[in-house]
Every structure is written in C-alpha cells, then in structure tokens.
Write a protein that binds this ligand. Sequence first.
Ligand code: GTP
Ligand code: MG
Ligand code: ZN
Length: 290
Amino acid sequence: MLIEGILIKGYAGFYYVFADDRVWECSLRGRFRVKKQDFIPGDKVLILPGVGNKATIEKVLERRNSLVRPNVANVDQAFLVFARKTPDPDYNLLDRLLIQVGKAGLQAIIIFTKADLTEDLMDPFHEYYRACGYTVLNVSNKTLQGIDEVKKMTQGHITVLAGPSGSGKSSLLNCLQPHKEQKTGVVSAKIGRGRHTTRHVELIPIEGGLVADTPGFSTLYLPEMKREELQLYFPEFEKYKYLCRFKSCLHDKEPDCAVKEALHESKILSSRYKHYIQFLQEVIANENKH
Ligand SMILES: Nc1nc2c(ncn2[C@@H]2O[C@H](COP(=O)(O)OP(=O)(O)OP(=O)(O)O)[C@@H](O)[C@H]2O)c(=O)[nH]1
Ligand SMILES: [Mg+2]
Ligand SMILES: [Zn+2]
C-alpha cells in the first residue's frame, strides 16, 4: 500500500519522508529515474513502506510552488523573524521580505523575538504592520512568551523561517520542538548579530506542521516586476491611490498624489514610504536592464 508523505531532507544518499506521523528512511526505486536535484524538501511523494522505518519512493507529485532560498517546495507561509533588540530590527529588510513573500503568493507572519530584552509591550511599528493586514507576533525564546501562538500557526502548513542572522530563528525552532536541538549561534558583541550558524535545508516536523530553518541574510534583491506592481505590496496605499490625480500615479513626483498627502498627514509611516521610493528606483533600474 502506497502512502503519501512529504520529503523533509536528502542526506547521504537517503531521502527522509514524513508520512503517517513518522519519519521514513527512503531509497529510490531502481527503475525510478529521477535526477537527484529533482527532489527538494517539501515535495509530496508516494512511498511504499518496507521493514521498520525503511521505504521506497515510488512517485513524486507535482509541485504547487517552490522557493529558491530556502530551496523548499509547496510552501504555505513564511515566518519573518526579527529581534526587537540585538540586533535591532532592519525594517528595510522586512519590507523587502514582505514583497518577496507576497510575490511568491505566500502568507507572511511577522515574528518579533527577544521580547524579554525590552520593557515596551507595545511598539508603534507592530501596530502599523497589523493595520496593514499582517499578523504580528511577539515572542521570547527565553521565557517562551508567545510560543504557543506560533505553534498554532504552524499547524497543517509548510512554513519557512527567514530573517537576519542572530534574530533567533533557530532558537524559535528549538522552542517549537524542544526534543531536537538546532544549532544556535552567539551574537557577536562587535556587530550585534549571529554568525550564520544554519546551513543545510531541512523540514523539521513539529506537532502538526513542518518548518524549514534558513541561514540569516542581510541583503535581499527585489524580485523582477513592473514599476506599477510595486505598490501592490504596500497595502496601506490602497485606500488613497484612487484619489490621486493620475490613474497611473506612482506616488513619486506626480502632483496631487493622495498617497503623499496621507504621508504628510502621518497616516502612512515615513519609513514605509521611504522604502517604497527606494524600491521603486531599484525596480525601474532593473526594468531598464531587460
Ligand atoms: N534574550 C533572548 N535571546 C535570544 C532569543 N532568541 C534567540 N536569542 C539568542 O540570540 C542568538 C542568536 O540566535 P539564533 O537562534 O542562533 O539566531 P538565528 O536567527 O538562527 O541566526 P542565523 O542562523 O545566523 O541566521 C543566540 O545567542 C540566542 O540564544 C530570545 O527570545 N531572547
Ligand atoms: Mg540559525
Ligand atoms: Zn499617487
């Protein structure tokens, strides 16, 4: 009897598949001619159970989507992990990630870690992103504050973690599945961030869901798109843009722009608008290259 599962990692010639609530060590059928690189974590497969935890992969099902970094298939959502402190949140990077995740058609959940390092319960930035429609969670991997809520969000989904080095992604994963330790790093005192302790890609089974850790990064190029498309990833512009004088308004140098008016009335966060203009220039520069 074939059972359906999800490939969680390839390692030393074996493929590990999560199916029926357990991990199977799988090999490929002899007649099964699929190149190694055709499999990535997240791929849905049909396996034939053998002795013990051994099985063979009989078929790979079609992918719904796949990400390049991390290289995972059939992803439902991304946890964008930033620390409230050490290192300070890089909102430019967050806004870039929101665009990348939105363009890939994934749900973005913003998670601020290290809540134990600050006394402020409320952060105006968090409220702003919430008002934009994103889920924003505050957690501490030290006191476990907010961890249950994160756990709930992973149920039934394939989730990838993304965010700068040292923001606490691996620590968060450790809190979600306390039995299997991920390597976490020490934040360098000099630069205030971690040292890229996470390398390989693997989906980790946690109660009811699968999560991929990712090495941290600090720069991120925007995906290719037309200049008009960029504003779709700034949902807070939506209600103003119909009031701009020009239908094609890019909210940059055009006169009678309702988005800029909203900015001047502090209804739009100045850092968001600043990033929008910076990203717009990048998108336009990219357009000209093609
Ligand atoms: N106080 C406090 N420290 C934390 C918290 N989460 C993580 N840390 C610390 O922050 C450092 C970096 O954590 P990691 O989990 O390795 O960060 P990472 O995002 O996986 O980093 P990379 O793998 O380099 O991308 C470690 O020293 C953790 O102990 C938290 O909620 N509170
Ligand atoms: Mg890590
Ligand atoms: Zn405008």
